[in-house]
Design a protein around this ligand. Sequence first.
Ligand code: NAP
Ligand code: MG
Length: 483
Amino acid sequence: MTETFRNYIGGNWVDSVSGETFADLNPADTSDNVGNFQASTAEDARAAIAAAEDARSRWRAMSPPARGEILARAARVIEADLGRIAGELTREEGKTIGEAKGETARAVQIFDYFAGEGRRLGGETAPSEFGRTLLYTIREPLGTVGLITPWNFPVAIPAWKMAPALVSGNTVVIKPASAAPKTTLNIIAALAEAGMPAGVLNYITGSGSAVGNEITGNPVVKGVSFTGSDTVGCGIYSQVTGRGGKVQCEMGGKNPVIVLEDADLDKAVNLSIMGAMWSTGQKCTATSRAIVHKDVVEEFTARAVKSAAAITVGNGLQEGVQVGPSIDETQLNTVLDYIETGKDEGARLLTGGNRLTGPGFDQGWFVEPTVFGDVDPGMRIAQEEIFGPVLAIIAVDDFEEAMKVANASRFGLSAAICTRDITRAMEFVEGIEAGLVHVNSPTVGAEVQVPFGGMKDSSTGTREQGSVAVDFYTQIKTVYLEY
Ligand code: NAP
Ligand code: MG
């Protein structure tokens, strides 16, 4: 029998007032229902917000190091249960078990890192123009904050929002994506087990339009941190700023890798294909454009096609599988539509391009790793986020043209260059319009101790992770103390 999971509000596991649930299907095998989750309403969301408001002054009164200790204990709980959590992540999201374990281990690092921030949440002191005056700043929490997260990193993204929000003294209402609510629930349960006081952290599942919209629209919610598509993000941004709230949105990408004529080609091919195909291309930082110097484009293309065609696609829980399914039928169809668009636009389909069928595939949403050559920078497949295992190869005459093409995008999340030339590498670092910049490393991947986020339409500009993550979740008070 399929288990039914509840919301976590005010320290209790509770049903939605709707009395209804929705299914969380395994994208590798839709006959497998991971669990039924509460189809919550705006009324449930208001109850979660009220619980967070009620806990606010008590949580704020606890010292930051003591708050940090709870996060550190949660890290130990997750670590001890990493295999199960990662397995459930793969089962509901589809990424391979190796990637799921890596992501869960990342969540452990995130809680450990922000546990330490509890001892570093300082302000600054400054000399005063006047004598006998102590001039300094302190950080205060915003109050109740709302976190709205996507399905593609259902452990890491909730963790990197919850940890800085909580350690800096905010109470939280989190709404995970409906396509992957179980993994986030596992993290909530770990935080509860670690001793998070009732009401400080509230978890509620349900649709973006009902639950999400109540969180973003409710004036009690002082800050909203969102990661997801740019359509939804832009709507949330206007709604929250319109009511005077603070908002942070991390959205899509169209991340390029530039391959120059002097690049280590094996390395360039590996990091491009890995960046494009792993996690089924469902990473905001996935590589989707390879911008390659004309002298090496033929060789690069031949090797990239060979490498993509050799990828083993299947159920991510099976050993040897390198790429899992798309998250759902809509996403699969989006990917297949973009592949048709690429062909119609005159790009050359070099490998892949089809839905996978047959035993092991028919019950899931699998698509072949796909590489296009002869892509023009203006084509839709070179401009729009596909969120699937599709790489577009664009040939350029020189470094200057490569930079122009790389920057000719409304997105600016992550970008990479492969070269042995330090001058060009540094010119790339200076000229590229992206929040995350890689030299001889893939566009994907992020370490917890440094800021993460994009430029242009990829982000509203604040940064997550690293010590600056608390900037969004705090407000600064300046104190003039005369003695
Ligand atoms: P999405 O469709 O925008 O959904 C994200 C979250 O917003 C989900 O929890 C969704 O709930 C909720 N939501 C939908 N409509 C809403 C509304 N009107 N009001 C409030 N909340 C609403 O994105 P996704 O499909 O889950 O994720 C894929 C996207 O995320 C891609 O574009 C990817 O690039 C982006 N992403 C960006 C980053 C980054 O850091 N830049 C990282 C990862 C992913 P439901 O699930 O219930 O609809
Ligand atoms: Mg969606």
